[in-house]
Design a protein around this ligand. Sequence first.
Ligand SMILES: C[S@@+](CC[C@H](N)C(=O)[O-])C[C@H]1O[C@@H](n2cnc3c(N)ncnc32)[C@H](O)[C@@H]1O
Length: 303
Amino acid sequence: MQNLKKFLDYFSNHGQIALPAIQKTHINQQESFEELAEIVLSLAKRHLGENWIKTLVDGYLYMLIDINRSQADYERRGKYLNKSYDDVYNSVYNDSKFMDLYHWGVFVCTFAWEHHVKIYNLYRKSFLPLLNTKEGCLLDLGCGSGVWSFLTTHFLPQWTSHGIDISKKSVELSTTMAKSSGLESKVKFRESDALSFKGTKKYDAAISCFLMEHLEEPQRLLQNMASNLEARGYAFITAALTAAEVDHISEFRRESEIVSMAEEVGFRVVSMYSSAPSCHPDSQKFLPRALGLVLQKRKNDIW
Ligand SMILES: C[S@@+](CC[C@H](N)C(=O)[O-])C[C@H]1O[C@@H](n2cnc3c(N)ncnc32)[C@H](O)[C@@H]1O
């Protein structure tokens, strides 16, 4: 709890405008919030050293401004700003200054937003218990900072993970984070496209968090995930719905759109949870939210 306490102390002095939402998450989801925050903050602290809290808070506040601006614009225009990968590649994935801030912003969102902690609860209570084999290897598509790979190997110490990301910056960051926590033999990261990556063997389980909405053809991600997974292997995916960000391209309006895509490529749905912030104004047209799905790769038409 030491890291979390220091983080919240600093936040209350330097991020007051965003503090109430984090406090609300802490109160409403105390156990999960504290567990999750402590794991991710200790990874960041080991990696970033002395200025770890400032770097996290700066990234988070920068990201919040960008998200609020994008959502307001989306409410007005009724659709996302960018439609293609090319539109965002140079201003996002290939911009190392932006990616520096963005990474730490995404990292903090994992535990700061109550609706994200509820998605973590789905992962923790409905996905991880399914990986009950002693050992296994996880594929993490669009791994970003690698947070889901780190979490999985934290809770399942006999497991290893391979994280795939298209951004060189993401791969450098996650690789050095693994080294700084002494996890480099367990968690490996590689620069590659999640839509075409082929492992040398099938994976025992797969994860892809908050990548679907960044893709022009999100069904190709699920297709490639299924083709890299053992039959009857389990997968955990998350996606943002009607939630604008500068690099969100695919706009999902209904949960069923994602469920149908998953079923189409050979998954059955084991559990799902659609998680929305409770404080979103009623007057607005869109409800930005996150969907979490626990899936199993079917071996035949039925399961
Ligand atoms: C919102 S971040 C999510 C990161 C991480 N999964 C998490 O939940 O914290 C999306 C990530 O997907 C990566 N990405 C975007 N398009 C990709 C692609 N075609 N293949 C692999 N990674 C991609 C980005 O570089 C970024 O790191």
